[in-house]
Design a protein around this ligand. Structure first.
Ligand code: TXE
Length: 500
């Protein structure tokens, strides 16, 4: 704890980071540099290189060389697992440091940032097992003259583009799974939250990852990100971000080398609450689901779909809970909701709050900017009298704004839950197990929670249906996404000649 308390002051000067290629930081030199201000404090905290396209080409070339000479793919699964496990060990040791920089750049509460790093430790530990157990299939049923196998191979050089809402967690839901099978990679974090991605690269070198296997470039999405999605020598790309950029990623893949894609995009996730639920638990879960990470969460439960007989009472219960949530300085141990990460996102959220009022929804609580003398904060907000056609009920707000929509029948609840272009996550709250299971089958979402929300672990796949994305991350499914399958047919005995 000593280390924690000594770190909890703001840095005196911003920490300078170069990008990371071939196992080492590359000093910024004469590159332009981006200065990141902590959104909770308005103080400069990091200085990050704006990489050029040449820098990207260098990073991709490094990853390509590391892939082709098999310095990583050629190791045994056991040796790769050892590096992943060592990374987990170092992450444990350096948790405070990672959480600190994550909090400063992102604005999330320090206690939450620490818990996220612990979650990442679990990702590395679990994926280490997959490095050893990943296997294909054998076909002993081809007749006595043949034998065949299907093997799993790494895809090659994988690009990873991540957003600013969970810079480290989203990265670690991918990196260990990508590396488990022997791929090499180039990551591009969001320009506003690059520090912890660079720290992970440094930590993995410390853990014994061969140079060139994990490279990081830093810079803007519109230039550097765009160059990545168009790059001819990136074999696969994992993109997490807005649905709009996701569309650009698909187009760029089609126009370049048909790179394989993994996409995790937006969500407008339902929380379906029945009158027979434990309403105290449900109110806490719904409050957590919309306020965690200030609602800047692709799986936030932003649409409360609640049985009409309890709707008003329940909306009030959720609102009471949210008013007790502690909003404040992200570096304060007691804070539950920190700052809004970017100025643009702050404007977007306040824009939706104003739109909700204009559209005729009733503001139950919140709806305002909170002034702590520094940073940008928004009170958790609940709107009732919302109709399904309102923008606040349809569009991803990506902030602590909950809309309440009442239903009368189970069928109506299912229809409302599915009435969205997205399909990332959903929760149902009821004590009737038959109803919960039936609804879990019918709601289109990649993640489904019963009597809880935002729960999971490294074993479970993450990803979306409909316009929320393609593919799955994490779990066995995640590691398989980053492999390609090859069939090997082996003829036995003397060939039956075609030309006699
Ligand atoms: O996302 P972007 P932004 C949603 C959320 C939010 C909105 C905008 O609704 O309000 O998106 O956030 C990189 N080619 N989500 O603007 O732009 C960019 O540098 C290649 C939901 O931050 O999609 C960053 O690294 N890359 C989402 C990453 O893409 C490009 C999480 C995400 O940025 C690029 C984040 C381009 N042309 C936002 N343009 C979720 N579901 O979790 C940008 N990038």
């Amino acid at each position: 704890m000593d280390m924690a308390s000594s770190l909890l002051a703001l840095p005196e000067t911003p920490r300078q980071f170069g990008h990371y290629v071939d196992g080492a930081y590359v000093p910024s030199g004469d590159r332009d540099v981006f200065t990141r201000n902590s959104p909770g404090h308005d103080t400069a905290v990091t200085r990050i290189s704006k990489c050029t396209k040449d820098d990207l080409n260098g990073a991709v070339a490094s990853a390509r060389a590391a892939f082709e000479d098999r310095r990583w793919a050629g190791l045994s699964g056991a040796d790769r697992a050892a590096v992943l496990l060592k990374t987990a060990e170092i992450l444990r040791e350096r948790t405070e440091e990672i959480a600190y920089w994550e909090t400063l750049e992102n604005g999330k509460p320090i206690a939450q940032a620490r818990a996220e790093v612990q979650g990442c430790v679990g990702m590395f530990e679990y994926a280490s097992g997959l490095a050893r157990s990943l296997h294909g299939d054998s076909f002993n049923n081809m007749g006595d003259g043949a034998f065949a196998v299907a093997t799993r191979e790494p895809v090659g050089v994988v690009g990873v583009i991540t957003p600013w809402n969970f810079p480290f967690l989203i990265l670690c839901e991918r990196v260990p799974y990508i590396l488990a099978s022997g791929n090499t990679m180039v990551a591009k974090p969001s320009e506003v939250t690059s520090a912890t991605t660079l720290l992970l690269a440094e930590i993995m070198t410390q853990a014994g990852l061969p140079d060139g296997v994990f490279n990081v470039v830093t810079g803007a999405g519109s230039t550097l990100g765009q160059a990545m999605i168009e790059h001819m020598d990136i074999d696969m790309l994992s993109f997490t971000g807005s649905t709009g950029v996701g569309r650009a990623v698909v187009e760029a893949a089609g126009k370049s080398n048909f790179k394989k894609l993994g996409l995790e995009l937006g969500g407008k996730n339902p929380q379906v609450v029945f009158a027979d639920a434990d309403l105290e638990d449900a109110a806490d879960g719904v409050a957590f689901g919309i306020a965690f990470n200030t609602g800047q969460c692709c799986v936030s439960g932003s649409r409360l779909i609640v049985e009409r007989s309890v709707a008003d009472k329940f909306a009030q219960m959720v609102s009471d809970k949210l008013q007790k949530a502690v909003v404040g300085d992200p570096l304060d141990e007691n804070t539950q909701l920190g700052a809004i990460t970017t100025d643009a996102q702050n404007r977007t959220i306040m824009g939706y709050i104003n739109k909700g009022k204009e559209e005729g929804a009733t503001l139950v609580s919140g709806g305002e900017q909170l002034d702590f003398g520094h940073g940008q904060y928004i009170a958790p907000t609940v709107f009732s009298n919302v109709t399904p056609d309102m923008a606040i009920a349809r569009e991803e707000i990506f902030g602590p704004v909950l809309t309440v929509l009442p239903f009368d029948t189970v069928e109506e609840a299912i229809t409302m839950a599915n009435d969205t272009e997205y399909g990332l996550a959903a929760s149902v709250w009821t004590k009737n197990i038959d109803k919960a299971l039936m609804i879990s089958r019918r709601v289109q979402a990649g993640r489904f929670w019963v009597n809880t929300t935002l729960a999971g672990g490294p074993e479970l796949p993450i990803g979306g249906m409909k316009q929320s994305g393609w593919g799955r991350e994490a779990g066995v499914y995640g590691v398989e996404e980053y492999t390609q399958v090859k069939s090997v047919f082996i003829e036995m005995g003397k060939r039956d000649h075609w030309i006699k």
